[in-house]
Design a protein around this ligand. Sequence first.
Ligand code: BYC
Length: 313
Amino acid sequence: MDQAEEEKVFQERVDAEEKIEPKDWMPDKYRKTLIRQISQHAHSEVIGMQPEGNWLTRAPTLHRKAVLLAKVQDEGGHGLYLYSAAETMGVSREEMIDDLHEERAKYASIFNYPTLTWSDIGAIGWLVDSAAIVNQISLQRTSYGPYARAMVRICKEESFHQRQGYNIMMTLMRGSDEQKAMAQDSVDRFWWPVLMMFGPHDSDSVHSAQNMKWKIKRQSNDDLRQKFIDQTVEQANAIGITLPDPDLKWNEERGHYDFGEIDWEEFRRSMSGGGPCSRLRLAHHRQVHEEGEWVREAMRVYENKKRSNQEAA
Ligand code: BYC
């Protein structure tokens, strides 16, 4: 088959909802865009451990600390599933990490914001994990098999994360005036950056049209953002939190909440290294990566030894 025929057969398979597997033929651009998206997703999970890890030693009770520790470990695990899924496309872990360190690869802009108070941990669990779930439920049906399967497991764990975040917020909103004010302040700071997690408007999204055709993306950035807003308004009302958007109101005709415009300039700044903690996040990742070199070296020696023992046997 020539290139055009291969592409036609590939698209027919995608249209028929068949999963594409690592050894199947795929267009080079499909491979490249998936490596980009999956590796960026993996980087987000791992960089996301930093703002939350910041509160591990200061969690208010032993119970909260144990739960947060488990959550942060889960995020590391999600990174691992995702790096493994990206590796099935022929890219190495070293290349992906190098791209992150050299700022050729991105990670979710939300993790460039600081966690200033304990309730920020609640806001991240409730809002950031909810946004992630809305996006990732849709990605469970993505066309690339290893990515879709990784999403199924990740979504189960994210649901638990979301509940722990909502539980923190609910507890604070039943507490003293100071606790209520702290919870409200976290939501005031995180609300707009969370809406940015869904990416630019569909009309400005560079990758959406092609990636919807290849069924890498199953729902558009704007549709997912709307879905998240509709479900979150109800949750906020239930615990007495005010979402910081004066334009937020139910639109009977559309059957959705209307909402205000995102500050896209802030989004662009945060996503391209100009967020409040961008430098810190990358510097920390580089430092920890360098400190872990002895572990990778030990693994290489172990693997070589095992191979030579097998060859000798
Ligand atoms: N932040 O054409 P577009 C988590 C970039 S972590 C930074 O719409 P696409 C968690 C985009 O990459 C969950 N950059 O792109 C962890 C592109 O630039 P490049 C993370 C963003 O790919 C710890 C450009 O903007 N989830 O759950 O079609 C604790 C144009 O955008 C962002 C995922 O990664 C952003 N927010 O759509 C707690 C989900 N948005 O690459 C929780 C998987 C856009 O050309 N990813 N950009 O240089 C996706 O679903 C899609 O990649 C996106 C963007 C919806 C994010």
